[in-house]
Design a protein around this ligand. Structure first.
Ligand SMILES: [Mg+2]
Length: 174
């Protein structure tokens, strides 16, 4: 979900930069997965992520994500698999976001909160995360981000930059 369907990093960095006086997280410089290595106060960064009550609910959708998922929903059973890090606040915010932006998703049946995403099976997995490599799902689509470009992440995975590309890829299958 994060950085695949909705943008998280800018909002999260703004929150951090507005909270700490003597550090500045510049998202445009992030090229590695672990955001904590870019800040002076990783515990503050993580605490904001897990406890801020407005962060997740207000995240902006990635361009075309909602439109493409709405269209794909006609042919696929869309499942949202996302990590709430055991935080009730994150879970609540993400669930609200899904209900608002993806109202066609059955939140009783098709929303899964877990850090063990490979436990949830599907024909096609779409994510920005490196663990996508370990998935044995048939189709693996990696949303290209600056922090997931290490060459190993290319193996067996189709890398895309936009949801329009995803739509075109999957149009060939339906
Ligand atoms: Mg993500």
């Amino acid at each position: 979900m994060d950085e695949t369907i909705c943008y998280l990093l800018d909002s999260w960095a703004n929150l951090y930069n507005n909270t700490v006086a003597n550090d500045h997280l510049d998202i445009s410089k992030v090229t590695e997965w672990d955001l904590c290595s870019y800040v002076k106060y990783p515990s503050v960064l993580m605490s904001l992520l897990l406890t801020d009550e407005n962060l997740f609910e207000n995240l902006p959708p990635v361009e075309d994500a909602v439109e493409v998922l709405t269209e794909l929903n006609k042919f696929y059973n869309i499942r949202i698999v996302t990590d709430a890090s055991g935080s009730i606040t994150v879970l609540y915010g993400k669930l609200k976001w899904i209900k608002k932006h993806l109202p066609f998703v059955d939140t009783k049946r098709d929303v899964f909160f877990t850090s063990n995403k490979n436990a949830i099976k599907g024909d096609i997995i779409i994510d920005d995360g490196p663990y996508i490599l370990e998935s044995d799902d048939q189709g693996k689509i990696l949303m290209d981000r600056r922090y997931n470009r290490t060459p190993i992440y290319h193996s067996g995975v189709i890398r895309v930059k936009t949801w329009k590309e995803i739509y075109e890829l999957l149009q060939e299958d339906v």
